[in-house]
Design a protein around this ligand. Structure first.
Ligand SMILES: Nc1ncnc2c1ncn2[C@@H]1O[C@H](COP(=O)(O)OP(=O)(O)OP(=O)(O)O)[C@@H](O)[C@H]1O
Ligand SMILES: [Mg+2]
Ligand SMILES: [Zn+2]
Length: 520
């Protein structure tokens, strides 16, 4: 037994089955009821939204012997003849393959003969934008003054390519993209008829992937059902068949990018690749995720625009709080550029990785928005740094400063610190330069703090490096002795091994090249 694709099997045969085009269906039904039928119609709109379907139902309705409420009865001789394709009254022409003057001339000659039975001869010309200029001219003549028993229905996805002379002679109907909800409801209806068990989420995802086109959604559903024939259709199955990634992954991915966790994002990408997911699809879906976050951030009222569940909405709001709109726009820009490049790329994975590096390391880009992000990051670091240092900043220095000069804004004197520690910190940059090339690099941007009870200094590297911390500490101790004649305990920590939380230390990094002013 041959198999008929879902979208053909379930082509609506009456107006009530046409979903999401109520504005058109109602008008056409009213015309049939009132017997005020036009002689030329132009149906335009996205692929798979019901243009051909509605044209056929309309052709049936105008010829039906006893239409009810403007819809064809489906039972009379005319309805049955049209449904079986045997009727001479409905002529379908595919303009993609019959686009010449001669094809249209044939129609003109035929039009002269009135229908043998029934009331109207209906010509449905699909893909009408494919006609040649000569054919358009030939059609124009017929469209202008067709015999009263002829109806033309021109269908196209590209209305802008139809000459205005043609458009102005037709009643124009714009078929809308169908909403995800409407498509999902239709899918539910059809899976029930087909006796296929399917999860709500699975159908919702397929509907969303249809992107407004009912036919696309039905084809995807067909594909999923075929892959898991006889089994319940789950969300995971759908993701697998369509090569898509679970939405949870996007949140995870986004949080890692915000934390600038490059190794983490690359690892996650690897997993996605290993699972055999389609990278272009992943990038597109991620752009949509970012877009949703941006909407959430822009306005309270935007929540309704997103079709996500309450739980997920909460998480997405948290995610949206991790960054600012400028940064989100930068992310969207980088990924949109990427999705353009991916189309023709052979090494998709590498391109995605480069984009991730760009996102995690704004300093690698020179564009305006990455500069903005770098400034925002610096500001954030300064804020955090200031907040962390302030409470820890207590007695000796402040008191000493107060006593020194009471009236004016106070300047904290670096001298208030134990002499050796002060000198070490003042000369830290010099020591760094002498420490050796890799040491110098590793120490770049490091912070100095006093160890509790003036025991020495702690150096906190700005990043995690795979180094022997003790060895580096010893090297610094050596240098201090050699260059400054100071014996000093030095402890080196990385952000991971930093024991700050456990034992509070005083942040002295502010003393380097900077005076601190305390306002009353
Ligand atoms: N509005 C709709 N309601 C229900 N089913 C629809 C609708 N639109 C499309 N479909 C389904 O999609 C199939 C294709 O629809 P149709 O041929 O009418 O699309 P079209 O708009 O003519 O597309 P194209 O521009 O690609 O020719 C139909 O057989 C039907 O199963
Ligand atoms: Mg069509
Ligand atoms: Zn009928």
């Amino acid at each position: 037994m041959s198999y008929t694709a879902l979208y053909r099997k379930f082509r609506p045969t009456e107006f009530s089955d046409v979903k999401g085009q109520d504005h058109i269906v109602t008008t056409l039904k009213n015309q049939v009821c009132a017997d005020r039928i036009g002689h030329a119609y132009l149906f335009c709109g996205t692929r798979g939204t019901g243009k051909t379907t509605v044209a056929k139902i309309f052709a049936k309705a105008v010829n039906c012997e006893h239409p009810s409420d403007g819809s064809p009865c489906g039972a009379c001789a005319s309805c049955r003849a049209i449904a079986s394709g045997a009727s001479m009254n409905v002529i379908e022409i595919d303009a993609a393959s019959n686009n010449g003057v001669d094809n249209i001339r044939e129609i003109r000659e035929e039009v002269a003969y009135s229908p043998a039975e029934g009331k109207y001869k209906v010509y449905i010309i699909d893909e009408v934008h494919m006609l040649t200029p000569g054919a358009y001219n030939a059609l124009l003549k017929t469209l202008e003054e067709p015999p009263s028993y002829v109806i033309f229905i021109l269908a196209t996805t590209e209305a802008h390519r139809i000459p205005v002379t043609i458009v102005s002679r037709c009643q124009r109907y714009d078929f809308r993209r169908i909403t995800t909800d409407t498509i999902a409801a239709r899918l539910r209806e059809l899976t029930e008829q087909e006796q296929v068990e399917a999860e709500e989420r699975a159908l919702a995802y397929v509907a969303k992937m249809g992107d407004g086109s009912m036919r696309d959604a039905l084809s995807l559903l067909d594909q999923c059902i075929a892959f898991y024939l006889g089994q319940k259709l789950t969300y995971d199955h759908v993701l697998e068949v369509l090569g898509a990634v679970d939405t949870e992954v996007f949140g995870d991915f986004f949080r890692r990018i915000c934390a600038q966790d490059l190794p983490g994002t690359i690892r996650e990408l690897e997993e996605i690749v290993l699972k055999g997911r389609e990278l272009s699809q992943f990038v597109t879906d991620f752009i949509w995720y970012l877009r949703d976050l941006l909407l959430l951030k822009s306005d309270q009222g935007m929540e309704e625009m997103l079709d996500v569940s309450g739980d997920r909405l909460l998480r997405m709001k948290e995610d949206a709080g991790l960054t600012d709109p400028d940064t989100l726009m930068r992310y969207i820009r980088v990924f949109s550029e990427l999705s353009g490049q991916l189309r023709y790329a052979t090494q998709k994975r590498v391109l995605v990785e480069i984009a991730l590096i760009k996102l995690c390391r704004p300093e690698m880009e020179r564009s305006y928005d990455s500069l903005l992000q770098r400034i925002a990051l610096l500001e954030k670091r300064m804020e955090e740094g200031a907040a962390a240092a302030a409470p820890a900043w207590k007695p000796p220095a402040v008191e000493a400063g107060r006593e020194a000069d009471a009236g004016e804004p106070r300047k904290i004197s670096v001298k208030a610190l134990p002499e050796d520690i002060r000198r070490f910190i003042e000369n830290f940059q010099e020591l760094r330069k002498k420490a050796g090339s890799w040491q110098q690099m590793v120490l770049k941007g490091a912070q100095c703090r006093e160890l509790p009870e003036h025991a020495g200094v702690q150096i906190i590297l700005c990043k995690n490096h795979a180094i022997d911390e003790n060895e580096l500490a010893e090297r610094l101790e050596q240098l201090a002795e050699q260059e400054m004649n100071v014996k000093m305990k030095v402890q080196v920590s990385t952000p991971d091994s930093d024991p700050r939380a456990a034992d509070p230390v005083i942040d002295l990094s502010g003393f380097i090249d900077m005076e601190i002013e305390i306002e009353e």
